[in-house]
Design a binder for this molecule. Structure first.
Ligand code: XUL
Ligand code: CO
Length: 437
């Protein structure tokens, strides 16, 4: 097969002074930050769906993407060639990981048996290419939302046959993820929610979703797949309300159904903002529950209210994300997965490189800035000092469970009024962050 990107060289680190749009200015894979190479901190991953399967259509117009290596057919041969083009891209970019949905990589057949056969045929190419290029699978997943059979959801469908089909599909997707040595497996509830409550038995659907995940946990053990399971929150789109709406809702669901030990969260920036949260908020909520696993790196648009999945370029955003990731001690199985697509107007193959190079550099800067803020120590020290009243006296008693309402009333009656509060210093702290950006 001829090269898919014949004019693109391997992307190199050239440093901050470089004017080459096809070079990294900040991402220097082997450079140590806090004693660990940047590539191991960031664990960049390219997504198959947006980068190789998205035709760049929108509700008002057809796809614009120019992808010369793709013959536009649904054949297995084309899927195999596309896989080779994908690995040429990932290798030239220097990303250590990729991620896919089963249906991104191989076409649906006339029935489940043929579909599984198609998948096996492409997985063999993925396996060869992983070995050849030294690229690893960050996570696999199943597309349980595109086909018309999933019109009412998959595990939460009103139709039990659909649940069964989804189970069979996830079983196979887990097997191929395992075969490809995937480091994780994601459950994103594409249509696991409702469009109207008038036709919905919410409790029954949530019970079914939990039963489905328990089956997955059992099957994982059965096949000896040691990768990490993740659940990916998103509040809406395509449904009006998705059950896994945000980090807190996911954690509550996992605890309620006794799944909390089996799944961590895969957090996506644009999903956070759709839920009315910042990414920083979602990361803190997940980390507080020791459930922050991986991130889908992208960003939305302030002026558009939907999941635009843009490439992240905002250094404040990447700094806040990397502060949270460094605080929890870094990724283990997770990574920085670019669940992002180029704009419909950016239809040439080279735009895929510009987009990823920019996103990787934005995260590399965020990482270096976050490390500098941590080294400086003033931010962490401020937060520590802010809670000083809890380190001794009445605060310590409360935290240790040694005081109740009665003791606290006696304490306050004696004191009469609280001692002066101190300023939260938001502007001071925002200025402090700016010192590093
Ligand atoms: C959709 C989305 C998915 C998941 C994987 O918004 O983020 O691509 O990441 O199914
Ligand atoms: Co995602």
């Amino acid at each position: 097969m001829p090269s898919a990107f014949p004019k693109i060289p391997k992307i190199q680190y050239e440093g901050p002074k470089s004017k080459n749009p096809l070079a990294f200015k900040h991402y220097n894979p082997d450079e140590l930050v806090e004693g660990r190479p940047m590539k191991d901190h960031l664990r960049f991953s390219v997504v198959y769906w947006h980068t190789f399967r998205n035709p760049l259509a929108d509700p008002f117009g057809v796809g614009t993407a120019v992808r010369p290596w793709d013959d536009g057919t649904n054949s297995v041969k084309n899927a195999q060639n596309r896989a080779r083009a994908a690995f040429e891209f990932i290798e030239k970019l220097g990303a250590p990981f990729y991620a896919f949905h089963d249906r991104d990589v191989a076409p649906e057949g006339k029935d489940l048996r043929e579909t599984n056969k198609n998948l096996d045929a492409v997985v063999q190419v993925l396996k060869e290419e992983q070995q050849r290029a030294g690229v690893k699978l960050l996570w696999g997943t199943a597309c349980l939302f595109a086909h018309p059979r999933y019109v009412h959801g998959a595990a939460t469908s009103c139709n039990a046959d659909v649940f069964a089909y989804a189970a069979a599909q996830v079983k196979k997707a887990m097997e191929v993820t395992h075969e490809l040595n995937g480091e994780g497996y994601v459950f994103w509830g594409g249509r696991e929610g409702y469009t109207t409550l008038l036709n919905t038995n919410l409790k029954r659907e949530m019970d079914h979703l939990a039963a489905f995940l328990h089956m997955a946990v059992q099957y994982k053990k059965k096949i000896g797949f040691n990768g990490q399971f993740y659940i990916e929150p998103k509040p809406k789109e395509p449904t009006k309300h998705q059950y896994d709406s945000d980090a807190a809702a996911c954690l509550n669901f996992l605890r309620e159904y006794d799944l909390i030990d089996h799944l961590k969260l895969n957090l996506e920036t644009n999903h956070a903002t759709l839920a009315g949260h910042s990414m920083q908020h979602e990361l803190e909520v997940a980390a507080a529950a020791n459930a922050l696993g991986s991130i889908d790196a992208n960003t939305g648009d302030l002026l558009l209210g939907w999941d635009t999945d843009q490439f992240p370029t905002d250094v404040y955003l990447t700094t806040h994300i990397m502060l949270a990731i460094l605080k929890m001690g870094g990724f283990t199985t997770g990574g920085t997965n670019f669940d992002a697509k180029v704009r419909r107007e950016s239809f040439e193959p080279i735009d895929l490189f510009y987009a990823h190079v920019g996103g990787m550099d934005a995260f590399a800067r965020g990482l270096k800035i976050a490390a500098a803020i941590r080294k400086d120590g003033r931010l962490a020290e401020f937060v520590k000092q802010r809670y000083n009243s809890w380190n001794a006296g009445i605060g310590e008693k409360i935290e240790k469970g040694k005081a109740g309402f009665k003791e606290l009333e006696a304490y306050m009656l004696k004191k009469g009024e609280v001692e002066a509060n101190t300023s939260g210093r938001q502007e001071f702290l925002e200025n402090l962050i700016n010192e590093f950006i």
